[in-house]
Design a protein around this ligand. Structure first.
Ligand code: ADP
Ligand code: MG
Length: 703
């Protein structure tokens, strides 16, 4: 038996938890920091000094030599710059370690090279990091040793958000304020806060490191740009929930240990649909912590893979022809008294509140379907959404049979006094049915599905941060909560007003509800008939950021101002163009230096064989044909390669970033496909020993 893992002992070992603070801080300081965590506000510098000292002592006792302000720039991943705990030695040459309150709460990385979409010009590139007190500091063990990581938000000198965390925190405050107004209307005077909770199911692929290193495309782009399908794909459905292979199991075991030490509540692990694909889901947490933890999960996945001679692929579509990877973002709202507002509950009053909240969410998603779609867009996800393996690019809401029926009754008759099983529950003005928990069935094809006591936003890509989609969800729902609260607070007869409002919202926005098969071509037609947006591409989605309604929404709650939105749009175009550019250059490199030369070698070998066989007096029709085919495909590949080269050059000369992005989408991407096609055909007929890098078969089936 291998070492025994004691989860209780491991859990949070590397986190400066509340209990560690309690142990190490004077009572008054602990009280103050706890209050900031719960109620917001600022720490005094003297408190920060005391906390910093305690944090440093704890970190150094555990071997830390450095600290870093850990933040999430708009690259979508995390950034860190390490500083050692050293300062000027004293006269006798003894090292004095230092880490002050100021070092803890504020940093100024010279972060001028992060994307800011024009928010900062490099000559005034001040960016500040500020400690997010609600996310605890932790120790990261890596090649550089042990580093104290302080989760921070990253803003410009003028206060604009340069990261994903700042807007998320702003959106959490906005929805808390508005949701509190809603619960107050139903008599809850005790709750002080409504928290956004999220739990992100993370899908990923594992491949052997040695093979990975033989593929330039995996190294540079995280996905395969060439590759004929293996004889077997996922059609047997034997990988999903299958027995976990030993090597993968050992990886998962180490990954869990690593995550538990970091206080990440890793919970569920299983094999996913595609060969070589797996999933890890943690228990849900407060949204900013969950977003931080999802970043830690992705980082730990990469680090641990290295220890196992593996590589993890977080790209949304590493392999053509089998499922790609997503990240279901499970979202709910809970009061600080622990009541989940998306739980239908079992009393009629709760049900009214629930139905109001549901109606608000339907309205929010309908009005801002384009923004929600945008929040889940990244370059890799374009290859996945709408491809019959992931939710379509059309946003709709799945409610399940029972809830959909309730909505229908409300819309048609103004009351809903039965639920679908037929039992009459109540009659009268405030008559709304009792909705049983877990009455929802499943629909894997829906992008936004109600699953019992939460919504599951399934569009998000596997490599993406969940901060963006959570921010948008919070913002759009806060807006409708605000509208509803404005009206209901002013109503003379609350019972009537709430009833009418639910009916109104559900009637106006029921077009967003769809319980059918989201993968079917009929849905595309039906959605168009309903007037729902179908945005297939990331750069098309970017425009949603700066519509009047989007600017009004985000400015109303101080989540983004117009400048910040413009900058994010700019970054979207830039990221798209750069990513496709790297992919195209990688394809050019692989085709020119590896694929075509290898095929020519095989061609020569085959030609030699044919001549030899002919000289020996035999006839060899099939091989002649094969030789001709290979010559044709090489020809096609060579022409496509030249075409891609010249298109790439054209693209690089376009100055305007939006135009450059669209040129990549409309011209470069098709040229890439034109190169891939003959190369994949060649792969299927060329002798394997000539093929210059590992194939799909090698990568997906032999981990
Ligand atoms: P599924 O049926 O989708 O697999 P699970 O119960 O396994 O659902 O949950 C998937 C993810 O949703 C997990 O990360 C889980 O912690 C999270 N989750 C469960 N309940 C909630 C909730 N109320 N709010 C937010 N996330 C939740
Ligand atoms: Mg799920």
């Amino acid at each position: 038996m291998s070492d025994i893992i004691k989860v209780e002992e491991l859990y949070g070992k590397n986190v400066f938890t509340l209990s560690k603070m309690k142990e190490r801080l004077p009572k008054s300081v602990f009280r103050n920091v706890r209050s900031v965590m719960l109620n917001g506000g600022e720490l005094s510098l003297s408190d920060a000094d005391v906390i910093a000292k305690a944090m440093k002592d704890w970190a150094m006792e555990n071997g830390a030599t450095h600290y870093t302000h850990w933040f999430q720039p708009l690259t979508g991943i995390t950034a860190e710059k390490h500083d050692a705990f050293v300062s000027t030695p004293d006269e006798e040459g003894h090292m004095v370690t230092a880490f002050t309150g100021r070092d803890l709460i504020k940093g100024e990385p010279d972060a001028s090279s992060f994307p800011s979409g024009g928010l900062r010009s490099t000559f005034e590139a001040r960016g500040y990091t500020a400690w997010d007190v609600t996310s605890p500091a932790f120790l990261k063990e890596s090649g550089t040793g042990v580093t104290l990581c302080i989760p921070t938000a990253f803003c410009s000198y003028t206060g604009e958000a340069l990261d994903k965390k700042t807007p998320l925190l702003r959106s959490m405050e906005a929805i808390s304020t508005q949701a509190l107004r809603i619960v107050r209307l139903f008599g809850d005077v005790q709750s002080r806060k409504v928290m956004t909770s999220t739990g992100a199911e993370q899908e990923y692929f594992l491949v052997d490191k040695k093979k990975y290193l033989k593929r330039t495309d995996l190294i540079f782009t995280g996905r395969t740009l060439f590759g004929a399908p293996a004889p077997k794909g996922q059609e047997m459905e034997d990988h999903y929930f299958g027995v976990i292979r030993e090597r993968v199991g050992q990886y998962m075991k180490d990954l869990n240990v690593e995550l538990w030490k970091l206080g990440v509540p890793a919970k569920t692990q299983h094999n996913e649909v595609a060969p070589g694909q797996h999933e890890l889901a943690p228990i849900y947490e407060t949204a900013n912590l969950a977003a931080d933890h999802n970043q830690l999960i992705m980082e730990a996945m990469k680090r641990v893979a290295d220890h196992h001679e593996l590589r993890v692929l977080l790209h949304e579509k590493p392999f053509a022809g089998v499922n790609g990877s997503g990240k279901h973002n499970n979202w709910s709202l809970t009061t600080d008294r622990g009541e989940n507002l998306l739980d239908p509950g079992d009393s009629p009053e709760r049900n009214v509140r629930f139905l109001l909240i549901l109606a608000c969410i339907l309205r929010a998603v309908d009005i801002h379907a384009d923004l929600l779609r945008q929040s889940a867009s990244d370059v890799g996800n374009d290859l996945r959404l709408g491809a019959n393996e992931a939710p379509p690019a059309i946003v709709s809401v799945f409610l399940g049979r029972q809830l959909e029926d309730v909505v229908k009754q409300l819309v048609e008759t103004g009351t809903a006094d039965s639920h679908i099983e037929g039992g009459i529950l109540r009659t009268g003005v405030s008559t709304l049915p009792d909705i049983a928990k877990d009455a929802t069935d499943r629909n894997r094809t829906s992008p936004f599905a109600f699953t019992g006591n939460k919504f599951e936003f399934r569009m998000v890509g596997s490599s993406d941060s969940i901060a963006g989609s959570t921010t948008t969800l919070n913002a759009i729902v806060a807006e409708t909560f605000c509208e509803a609260a404005d009206r209901l607070e002013a109503a003379e007869n609350f019972e009537l007003a709430v009833h009418d409002l639910i009916k109104e919202y559900m009637t106006k926005h029921q077009r967003i509800v769809f319980d059918g098969n989201g993968y079917s071509p009929e849905w595309v037609v039906e959605a168009e008939r309903r007037g729902l947006p179908n945005i297939s591409c990331m750069i098309d989605a970017a425009d949603a950021l700066t519509t009047d309604k989007a600017v009004a929404l985000f400015e109303k709650f101080g989540i983004f101002n117009r400048t910040e939105l413009e900058s994010r749009k700019e970054i979207t175009f830039d990221t798209y163009a750069k990513t496709i550019n790297i992919e195209a250059l990688t394809m050019i490199d692989m085709a020119a230096k590896q694929i075509i030369p290898a095929c020519m070698k095989y061609e020569r070998d085959l030609a030699g064989t044919i001549i030899a066989v002919k000289e020996a007096g035999a006839v060899f029709h099939a091989e002649n044909e094969k030789l001709q085919k290979i010559a044709d495909y090489i020809d096609q590949a060579q022409m496509a390669l030249d075409e891609l080269r010249s298109r790439e050059k054209e693209a690089s000369e376009i100055g305007n970033v939006r135009e450059r992005a669209y040129f990549h989408k409309d011209v470069v991407v098709p040229a890439m496909q034109a190169l891939r096609t003959p190369c994949d055909k060649l792969e299927a007929i060329v002798d394997k020993q000539f093929w210059p890098f590992p194939t799909y078969e090698d990568l997906m089936f032999e981990v």
